[in-house]
Design a protein around this ligand. Sequence first.
Ligand code: ADP
Ligand code: MG
Length: 361
Amino acid sequence: MPIFHDTNHRTWSLLTGCVALTCALLGACAPPGPPPPLRGATMGTSYSVKVTALPATLSRADLQALVEQELQQVNAAMSTYDPASEISRFNRHQDDGWFSVGPDLAGIVMRARDIGARSGGAFDITVGPLVEAWGFGASGPRDLPPSGQELAAASAVIGIHRLLPRVEPPALRKSVAGLQIDLGAIAKGYGVDRIATALEAAGIDSYLVEIGGELRTRGRRHDGAMWRVGIEQPAPDGRRVQLALPMHRDGAVATSGDYRNFVETNGQRYAHIIDPRTGRPVDHRLASVTVIADNCETADAWATALSVLGTSEGYRIAEAEGLAALFIERDDDVFKETTTPAFDAWLSAANQSPQETENND
Ligand code: ADP
Ligand code: MG
């Protein structure tokens, strides 16, 4: 029985088995089903949290408050849509001296910089002025593509080497006044991890946490089956599942794709992911990239990085990094999959797990 999660830009399908439904229909199975999922809005999209069971000391309202509190803290540090957030204040700051921030923001900038370097500059959290110039930023879509002059002005203030993070004491520094940070490609994953950590601290050891399609699972569903994550077929109008990914061990899954999030300007379609090396939206046949990692921040950032790189260069880097990645290219109605060895290993480990063997019998 597929359960569809509608978000702003994409629908994710989380496939659940029929056991719960069958039990409900027969009215004969014990124990009772899991608590209904928590849902809400955050980061311009939606979130959902499923837990297998609530600890005796925690009510559903407590859990919702816990989740909301984590999200509030993440947004207060990292939302570019909140003018009072740390990141917005740093973005407005025009000086080249150290700017004090909390350890969370300094830490994510450090890690984002590291992925930037490992991806050969494809992942770049200073890309904001270009995102804005192409009509994907807070000021919204535009009628015409940016002029060469605008692009040159935006390019002059981007570059990860112009941003210095410091952990002790936590602070950021920019070497050019117009530098901006945009954590849009990593913050959802980070938010998922923060919720996951908070759930674990509250004694919850089986869950599925999702923000805007980026998700992390731990343990098993309430019926003992593996969590399954539907990887959507990357078509703007489609809601079909390309692959039901079995979560045979704890992990996170993120997908980056331009099949639904794009703008049409002057009859031309532009993707919301920018290649910082060219200053232009990515432009290749790659429709989506899915990455499995231990935590969702890593999966989210690498999914975007590999989207920029495209299948051949992305595959090479993903393989060298030992990343589990699935690239889906679209050619008319044909979807071509390319998987890294680590992704294949994930699927075969799932197929060999005792439960999967039982299910397939
Ligand atoms: P989605 O929002 O669909 O989950 P991503 O996780 O790939 O997609 O993030 C896309 C966002 O990341 C863009 O809206 C923009 O804010 C930012 N971004 C665009 N290009 C890059 C890039 N090359 N490196 C880092 N961030 C980027
Ligand atoms: Mg991302």
